[in-house]
Design a protein around this ligand. Structure first.
Ligand code: DON
Length: 307
C-alpha cells in the first residue's frame, strides 16, 4: 500500500501543475524573485517513513509556518498561563497582517496572525534573554522539530526588514498596550529572523509529523515539546492557521494546518501523518494556491478530514 505513495504524489502534482494562478509575495522583494514553478509534496508518517515527489529538497524560508512551532516553544518555556495572558486563541477573520488586537487589553487575538506571532516570539525561552539568544533558542527549537540544523537566509531577512512598516506598526501598538516590553524593534527583527529560517518540504513534513506524533520527532526520537502543548498548538492551527480562509479550510480539508508566504503549507493529523507542500504562488489570503488544491485532494482521496 505505502509503496504506491510516491506515484500517487507525482500524479497529484501533475494535476495541479497547470494552475498558474496567484502571485509570489510582492511585499518582501527577495521572495518575489522566487521561481514560481517550483512544486513539491512530502508525507512524513509518525513511524518516521518519509515519501515525496517534486521539489522536496529545495530550500525556501519558513515564514509564517514558524508561528505554530514558536508558539509551542513559548508554551513549553513559559507555561500556558503566561502565554495566554498575552496572546488569545480566537480566530480573527482578518488578514494575517491586520492589527487584530482585543479591545481594551491589546492582546492579539491568536498566535497565527502577525500580531500574535510577534508576541509569542518575545515569549520563547526563559525570561530575560537577549534578542540574539532568543533567536538562538528558536533556531535550536525549530531544528529539533525538523531533526536537522536549520540555517537562516540573511538576504530574505534584510529584504523584509527594509519593508517591515506593518510589522513595526503592529509591534509599536503592542508596546503601547504593554503586551510587548523593551525594544520592540529588536522583537520585530528577531521575529523576521525566525521567518527567514530555511526549510525544505521534506523538513516541513517532518516538523508536522512531530506535531502529529504528539511532540516526539519520529526520526530522531527526541521529545521536542510536551503533549499538552501539542494539543494546544494543533487546536489553534485548526481554528486560525489559514487566517481569513480558516473556515473554508476547516470544512473542505479539515486538518490542522499552517501556511507561509514563501509558498510552504503544512498539515498535521494526530497519530498519523505530517504533510507539507511547496508552491510559491499565493492566493489573496497569502496561502499557496497549488498547495491548497493538493491538500483538498489529499483530504478527499485519503479521508483525512477529522469529521
Ligand atoms: O511577517 C510577515 O509578514 C512574514 N514574515 C510572514 C507572513 C506569512 O508567512 C503569512 N502567511 N501566509
Amino acid at each position: 500500500m505505502r509503496s504506491m505513495i510516491p506515484d500517487y504524489l507525482a500524479e497529484a502534482l501533475g494535476e495541479v501543475a497547470a494552475d498558474t494562478t496567484g502571485e509570489t509575495a510582492g511585499y518582501i522583494p527577495e521572495l518575489a524573485t522566487a521561481d514560481p514553478e517550483r512544486l513539491g509534496a512530502a508525507f512524513a508518517m509518525v513511524d518516521g517513513e518519509v515519501y515525496g515527489a517534486g521539489d522536496i529538497d529545495t530550500a525556501f524560508t519558513i515564514q509564517s509556518i514558524s508561528k505554530p512551532f514558536v508558539y509551542a516553544l513559548a508554551l513549553s518555556d513559559r507555561g500556558f498561563d503566561q502565554v495566554l495572558a498575552k496572546v488569545g486563541v480566537e480566530p480573527s477573520g482578518e488578514a494575517f497582517n491586520e492589527i487584530s488586537l482585543e479591545s481594551g487589553t491589546g492582546r492579539p487575538l491568536n498566535p497565527m496572525i502577525n500580531a500574535g506571532a510577534i508576541t509569542t516570539h518575545s515569549l520563547a525561552g526563559p525570561e530575560g534573554l537577549q534578542p540574539a539568544e532568543r533567536v538562538e533558542r528558536i533556531t535550536d527549537g525549530l531544528s529539533a522539530f525538523a531533526g536537522r540544523r536549520l540555517k537562516m537566509d540573511e538576504s530574505v531577512h534584510a529584504s523584509e526588514m527594509e519593508h517591515a512598516h506593518r510589522n513595526l506598526a503592529i509591534a509599536h501598538m503592542l508596546g503601547s498596550y504593554g503586551v510587548l516590553t523593551g525594544d520592540v524593534r529588536a522583537v520585530v527583527d528577531g521575529y523576521i529572523r525566525q521567518c527567514s529560517l530555511l526549510v525544505t518540504a521534506r523538513d516541513l513534513a517532518i516538523m508536522a509529523a512531530t506535531l502529529a506524533n504528539r511532540g516526539v520527532n519520529p526520526l530522531s526520537g527526541e521529545r521536542v515539546v510536551p503533549e499538552p502543548v501539542v494539543r494546544q498548538v494543533l487546536s489553534v492551527m485548526f481554528s486560525c492557521g489559514m487566517y481569513d480562509a480558516a473556515g473554508d479550510w476547516a470544512t473542505q480539508v479539515g486538518i490542522p494546518a499552517k501556511s507561509g508566504v514563501a509558498g510552504g503549507l503544512i498539515g498535521a493529523l494526530p497519530g498519523q501523518i505530517g504533510i507539507a507542500t511547496f508552491s510559491p504562488r499565493l492566493d489573496s489570503h497569502g496561502n499557496s494556491v497549488r498547495g491548497v488544491s493538493l491538500f483538498e485532494r489529499f483530504s478527499s482521496d485519503m479521508g483525512l478530514h477529522v469529521m
